[in-house]
Write a protein that binds this ligand. Structure first.
Ligand code: FES
Length: 238
């Protein structure tokens, strides 16, 4: 059997497979680290920094950083949690997130993170940027809610491997660009997949709305991260 790597998260002894990232190993050990740009099965890009941890005093993105022997990871310390909370607040003020009327409310990872971090009023001023909504035959792209996580860029492509979504511009002007010709050929299933891979309500499948009522959706019942933490509770109680 391959040798396991021993490391620590907030003082808890954990074991990792060689090559696992801190995020993957934490999850396998029943420790929740929040993620937003990362998605299981996609190559991590480390762009949102929600998953930041401190390792031996240095900030690192846990979704890209591999575990090494004896690593001391700070995950749920007040400093780390405050850092993540500030990032979530920035994402809210940088866009226009109209949660109460959003089709994704209750299934939205950003909204669920805001609840987990008990965000009431962001400490930063709202920017109210002017953003548009684009319509395609099977889906809508609402730039007001896009957090530039690039999940759609990495996950959605045609059968022959061509990208439908791409990043355009830089810095504050960065936005998702859609290949209109390819998007016009997207099936209902592909539009559904794009909607599901989007952590917020930026990509919405057309002609289906509120099929599951607000109040009966994924995070309406269980806070984000609870499925990982509950597993760890189960291990402790066995
Ligand atoms: Fe790790 Fe976004 S989830 S940087």
């Amino acid at each position: 059997m391959p040798e396991k790597i021993k490391f620590f998260i907030d003082g808890k002894e954990c074991l990792a497979e060689r090559g696992q990232t801190i995020y993957e190993a934490a999850k396998a050990n029943g420790v929740y680290i929040p993620i937003l740009c990362h998605f299981e099965g996609l190559k991590p890009v480390g762009s949102c920094r929600i998953c930041s941890v401190r390792v031996n005093g240095r900030w690192m993105a846990s979704c890209t950083q591999p575990v090494t022997e004896g690593m001391m990871v700070e995950n749920q310390t007040p400093e780390v949690e405050e850092y993540r909370k500030a990032i979530i607040e920035m994402l809210f003020v940088e866009g226009n997130h109209f949660c109460p009327t959003c089709e994704k409310s209750g299934n939205c990872e950003l909204q669920a993170l805001a609840y987990r971090y008990q965000i009431m009023v962001p400490r930063f001023p709202y920017l109210f940027p002017r953003k548009d909504v684009e319509a395609f035959p099977t889906f809508l792209l609402d730039h007001n809610r896009c957090v530039q996580c690039r999940r759609c860029v990495r996950a959605i492509e045609t059968k022959d491997g061509r990208k439908i979504f791409a990043m355009k511009n830089r810095s504050g002007q960065v936005r998702i660009n859609v290949d209109r010709k390819l998007a016009a050929k997207m099936s209902e299933e592909e539009a559904q997949k794009a909607m599901e891979i989007c952590p917020v309500g930026a990509i919405l499948k057309k002609e289906v709305g509120f099929k599951v009522p607000i109040g009966k959706r994924k995070y309406d019942f269980k806070p984000i991260g609870s499925e990982i933490e509950e597993k760890s509770e189960g291990v402790k109680n066995e």
